[in-house]
Design a protein around this ligand. Structure first.
Ligand SMILES: [Zn+2]
Ligand SMILES: [Zn+2]
Length: 340
């Protein structure tokens, strides 16, 4: 495909999409019904449908019997870890393999022209972004994902919180499924904003930001505190009346869905005519500029409400630079005051 029909490439070779990142259309007033109707299938397909499909596969083929889950044990916890790790290895790994190792798409639709393997850096374990990101994902973040999973399954199995059935509460549970991606966005925005606060940033979140040019393995490359808080979004289903399948869906939006912001390509060319939108640009800009786009790509436009939204346009860039300049002024004024 010709990526220059969809965007532009600068002198360095970095590609950027034309147009702006649009927030979900139901936020516009007066409501634009046709755009909402067009948006609904994009909301479901393919990403959220995929997370629901994996949640159902888990529930019917992976998650042990309720009787087993009443007692905490290493047996079923390790089994869940093994499946989570294998699933991520297959899912993230195949994107890495085709687009980063074999580079079947070259750098078409790639935001940053360079590939992480071409840029060794001291900030990474073994000076390699790939090895560092891989080890952190598999030996820190996926175990913490599994910990959250074991925790809520055990609580549900023991009847410590309400377990609503699909036959008695079909509409309420369908509604919960529909808003789960929004719960994710709010939860992520709050924890993410928190760990961007100076001391927490240096201690916790800088680990994730070492990958300025992320690839799929960067998605779950986190400090353990972040790894736990990030997946803990599923624990909201112990607070609101819910069902373990919805909690699993919520967990998969986090675990599997983390890849979306880190694919590094705007579109994946599935075939010559079928591009798959990755929705990666908003979070790519976060990795590039740090203090913009703390949330996702505008499902709940928290960044817009808090003044940290970068929509990928020139105007978005100017707004960001103005905000950064004001911040620098404030910091300088503070230093002058402190020195007097
Ligand atoms: Zn990230
Ligand atoms: Zn961040």
């Amino acid at each position: 495909m010709d990526d220059l029909k969809y965007g532009t490439r600068n002198k360095r070779g970095d590609w950027a999409p034309n147009g702006r990142i649009e927030i979900a259309p139901f936020w516009s007033w007066p409501p634009k019904i046709p755009s909402v109707l067009k948006w609904v299938p994009e909301y479901i397909w393919p990403w959220n449908a995929f997370h629901m499909a994996t949640a159902l596969l888990y529930w019917f083929y992976v998650v042990p019997d309720v009787e087993v889950m009443k007692t905490l044990s290493w047996g079923w916890a390790l089994w869940l870890y093994a499946v989570n790790a294998a699933a991520i290895f297959a899912f993230y790994g195949s994107i890495e393999l085709f687009f980063y190792v074999k580079r079947k798409q070259g750098n078409r639709f790639k935001y940053n022209v360079k590939f992480p393997s071409e840029q060794p850096s001291d900030v990474f374990w073994f000076k390699s972004q790939n090895i560092d990101n891989f080890l952190r994902s598999f030996f820190l973040s996926i175990p913490l994902w599994t910990l959250v999973e074991v925790l809520f399954l055990w609580v549900f199995a023991n009847g410590l919180v309400p377990w609503l059935s699909w036959s008695n509460h079909p509409y309420y549970l369908a509604f919960l499924v529909a808003v789960a991606p929004m719960i994710h966005e709010v939860h992520f925005f709050i924890i993410h904003r928190l760990i961007h606060w100076g001391p927490f940033y240096r201690w916790i979140h800088s680990v994730h930001h070492n990958s300025v040019n992320p690839s799929p393995w960067s998605s779950l490359s986190m400090h353990p505190v972040e790894g736990f808080l990030y997946h803990a979004v599923a624990l909201w289903h112990l607070v609101i009346p819910s069902n373990p399948i919805v909690a699993l869906f919520q967990l998969h939006i986090a675990g599997f869905g983390a890849v979306n912001g880190h694919i590094g390509f705007d579109k994946l060319e599935i075939t010559e005519e079928t591009p798959l939108d990755t929705h990666a640009y908003a979070h790519y800009l976060h990795h590039k500029y740090f203090e913009v786009n703390y949330g996702g790509d505008g499902l709940i436009p928290l960044d817009r409400w808090f003044g940290t939204w970068h929509d990928g346009t020139k105007e978005g860039d100017v707004q960001m630079q103005t905000r950064f300049a004001k911040k620098r002024e404030r910091m300088n004024a503070k230093t002058v005051r402190a020195n007097n």
